[in-house]
Design a protein around this ligand. Structure first.
Ligand code: ATP
Length: 282
């Protein structure tokens, strides 16, 4: 079931963005003393340059997993390492793209993209060059001086992506980034992300509810079980590393078959009786 992230690449030594989770578990304790076992135990090894797409039923711990890699929280058990270092807090080296763009409304598009660079005291001239490069990258050079509220949802999401990429992170963590967008905008942004990833090959961890999106974008798809989330399937995917995109991929019988197979792993969860949810551990 387990497979390397990219065909033929078996991780061995820590590299800049190799992501290693060992025995990771997350439990949340409520005020009344009850505990929610949200995640794990989970082991994962992701090689540099992977596009790891994670799917799973609602509440299975996908965002929890992402938050642990981001360093927003510490696991109850186990360890999370990026580039051979234990994650013990957030870092611009692990950029997070959320479902909602959370841009600063009082800043222009360019100032939003420059924000992290300014915080890190990147000199003004360098900052300007990096911002221009990244606005160009996401196709927003012509709206640099606008405010976020003047942009569409898809454009705002591109600004968020540019802001994260401008920090040149070794890992980009994306939590259902396109879920709030209409179908056409979503497909357009998938293709833009694919184009950027194909050029830069930054390691991406991408949470989604869409199997189609996971198979379209990923070099590896993880399927998680219902809570506590563990890995029930782990498949390499090759469509995003081909030079094809759009309908040429989605109409490919191999794509349709892989999408079907991965969806089948989710089916027992889909068929679960909602009147009988998993019991909380005491
Ligand atoms: N801070 C917290 N305190 C208590 N419980 C939490 C906390 N964060 C998450 N949980 C619980 O942990 C479980 C996993 O949540 P998580 O948000 O990671 O799931 P998910 O797979 O991302 O869900 P969805 O697909 O619906 O966004 C859920 O039962 C959730 O209620």
């Amino acid at each position: 079931m387990s497979a390397p992230g990219l065909a033929g690449l078996t991780p061995s030594a820590p590299t800049a963005s190799r992501l290693v989770l060992t025995g990771v578990e997350q439990r949340f304790r409520a005020k009344d003393g009850s505990t929610t076992h949200a995640l794990g135990p989970l082991d994962l090894d992701v090689v540099d340059g992977s596009f790891l797409a994670v799917v799973g039923p609602s509440g299975c711990g996908k965002s929890t997993l992402l938050r642990l890699v981001a360093g927003f929280a510490q696991p109850t058990a186990g360890s999370v390492e990026v580039g051979g270092r234990v994650v013990d807090g957030p870092s611009p080296d692990r950029g997070v793209v959320f479902q909602q763009p959370n841009l600063y409304p009082w800043l222009s598009v360019a100032e939003n993209v420059a924000f992290g660079l300014k915080m890190r005291h990147v000199p003004r001239a360098e900052r300007r060059a990096i911002v221009a490069e990244h606005l160009e990258l996401v196709g927003l050079a012509d709206v640099a001086s606008r405010r976020p509220y003047e942009l569409s949802g898809g454009m705002q999401q591109r600004v968020q992506l540019a802001r994260v990429l401008a920090n040149r992170p070794s890992v980009v963590l994306m939590d259902e980034p396109f879920a709030a967008l209409d179908a056409i905008t979503r497909e357009r942004l998938q293709d833009e992300l694919l184009r950027i990833w194909r050029t830069h090959r930054t390691t991406v961890v991408f949470i989604t509810h869409s199997v189609d999106e996971a198979v379209y974008l990923g070099t590896r798809v993880l399927v998680m079980s219902p809570r506590p989330g563990t890995i029930v399937a782990d498949e390499p995917v090759t469509f995003s590393t081909s030079d094809q995109a759009g309908d040429a991929v989605r109409d490919d019988p191999a794509f349709i078959e892989q999408r079907r197979r991965i969806s089948a792993h989710l089916r027992p969860a889909r068929n679960q009786n909602p009147q009988n949810p998993q019991k909380e551990s005491a």
